[in-house]
Design a protein around this ligand. Structure first.
Ligand code: ZN
Length: 88
């Protein structure tokens, strides 16, 4: 019975990972090996994927974004500035 709960929690971690733009299979395996609770906490601490600054409006957007959700301008190449800088 506890194995079923464990597997269900691994599935939850995989879904959360997919929603956060991360590899769901990798995270499910990590949850399976470590613990779904530990993997879930790591996932929450890491937050949403890597972010970069839009070169047009300077808002934070996903590194993989092609169209900025703030100014709607298109980025042709992957965004280069990925320094995780804290706001002063
Ligand atoms: Zn923008």
């Amino acid at each position: 019975m506890i194995i079923l709960i464990w597997l269900a929690l691994c599935l939850v971690v995989a879904i959360l990972a997919a929603k956060r733009d991360r590899n769901p299979i990798g995270w499910a395996l990590l949850a399976l090996v470590l613990s779904p609770v530990v993997a879930g906490i790591i996932l929450l601490v890491l937050g949403e994927g890597r972010t970069a600054r839009c070169m047009y409006c300077a808002e934070r957007i996903k590194e993989t974004a092609r169209i900025c959700p703030h100014c709607q301008r298109e980025h042709r190449s992957p965004i280069v500035d990925v320094t995780p800088r804290r706001e002063a």
